[in-house]
Design a binder for this molecule. Structure first.
Ligand code: SF4
Length: 403
């Protein structure tokens, strides 16, 4: 069986290269352990002409697409063309969008299978192995719960790693945690890894990370450990840092965590093991709003942790959200003033109503209109009374800001 993995194009380059390394390249690695005829087309990092794409379509028995909310439209168009070209070819979609709107996708004639959670490789293998054809839209939705998350290796695939390195400015980005024990209302992680008997929160084994670091350290300038809450499991972090130091594979690295999962011992150890920047999911400096979005952290704790990071010499970055439900202009401006006073790097990200979208899809309501707003060709326009569009843009894209 000839399989073609496709990362569809989108209007802008995706700066989250960890999705290419982990969601795409690692899934390909796991599937290729069982199926050998695999081709790869990553149109999100490299422009291809139509002939090149169609030639690959013609030769593929299975088309597997990684779809994200911002490339749904392009994905559907590509699948429509593929179906037009081949009578017996089957399409499988996976990724964040597949988990967010499985019912919407299952109604589309160009989609044969929808992988509805984050256990991508297991579910794709299940579809490929079974060879069955769906009869109803509900048959198309594959939602396999697994006891243990299986990790692949993005370095062992034919995905264009050189381009990921180029667009990632020499940084090797890969995921070390999936799922999250917390329940922030604005986050999609619970949709990808829902609570159930499956792997709700899984961490990449320390020795696997060490072996990957050993392989990449000569050719990459830094590493991003993509994590939901990197320091949630202290023992795992301590073991990882100690092994990095013991094996002498220190590369400057960064990751993300919560303010309530840090202490001095951990900060000092991580710094010694190469930590160069820790992004803190602060979201807002407003207690009331933090409570409303179920963040379970307080302003006092945020300030305490930032001061501790400063004392221990750990560089932190504040991750803030603009347009949270009910967020007022006063709340936005107070947070902005405070973060500037703290003199730490920060970035605002636009609130994305993914939970609302998912709930609508669960109710089997039409989500076509909402999907258009995720295209990145527009802004989600979470209009905040008292914040002009000019100010809104200034907050999201301040002059001179490069990720
Ligand atoms: S702690 Fe972070 S990853 Fe976990 S639910 Fe909240 S926002 Fe999502």
């Amino acid at each position: 069986m000839k399989i073609l993995f496709v990362y569809p194009p989108s209007s802008y380059l995706n700066h989250s290269m960890f999705k290419h390394f982990t969601y795409f390249a690692e899934t390909i690695d796991l599937v290729s352990k069982k199926y050998s005829h695999i081709s790869v087309l990553d149109c999100a990092v490299e422009m291809k002409n139509r002939n090149q794409i169609y030639e690959q379509f013609r030769n593929a028995d299975r088309l597997i697409l990684l779809i994200e909310p911002y490339n749904i439209r392009q994905s559907l168009e590509l699948m429509e063309i593929y179906k037009f070209m081949t009578k017996t070819g089957r399409t499988i979609v996976y990724g964040t969008a597949a988990a967010l709107v499985p019912n919407y996708l299952s109604m589309r004639p160009e989609v044969d299978f929808v992988i509805a959670n984050g256990n991508f490789a297991e579910a794709i293998l299940h579809v490929l192995d079974s060879g069955r054809l769906p009869v109803t839209p509900q048959d198309k939705i594959i939602n396999i719960e697994v006891e243990h998350h299986t990790w692949g290796c993005s370095l062992d695939t034919n995905a264009p790693l050189d381009l990921y390195k180029y667009w990632g400015n020499g940084m090797f980005e890969f995921t070390v945690q999936v799922g999250c024990p917390f329940h922030c209302s604005f986050c999609s992680e619970k949709i990808l890894f829902p609570t159930g008997k499956g792997a709700v929160f899984a961490q990449r084994p320390v020795e696997e990370i060490i072996s990957m670091l050993k392989r990449i350290r000569a050719s990459y300038s830094s590493v991003y450990f993509s994590a939901t809450t990197f320091t949630y499991d202290r023992e795992w972090v301590k073991k990882l840092c100690k092994r990095i130091i013991e094996e002498d594979c220190i590369v400057p690295w960064r990751s993300d965590t919560r303010v309530d999962c840090l202490d001095e011992e951990l900060l000092l150890l991580m710094k010694k093991a190469g930590l160069c920047q820790l992004s803190l999911g602060i979201e807002t400096f407003e207690d009331g709003l933090l409570k409303r979005v179920n963040k379970h952290q307080t302003m006092d704790r945020i300030m305490e942790t930032i001061h501790l990071c400063k004392e221990t010499g750990v560089n932190v970055k504040a991750l803030l959200i603009l347009g949270l439900p009910g967020q007022t202009s006063e709340e936005v401006l107070r947070t902005q003033e405070l973060v500037e006073k703290l003199e730490i790097p920060y970035r605002w990200k636009e609130y994305s109503p993914i939970s609302e979208l998912h709930r609508k899809d669960v109710r089997k309501e039409d989500v076509t209109e909402e999907l258009d707003s995720f295209s990145r060709n527009t802004f989600l326009a979470n209009s905040i009374e008292g914040i002009s569009t000019e100010k809104y843009m200034q907050l999201l894209f301040p002059e001179g800001y490069v990720r």
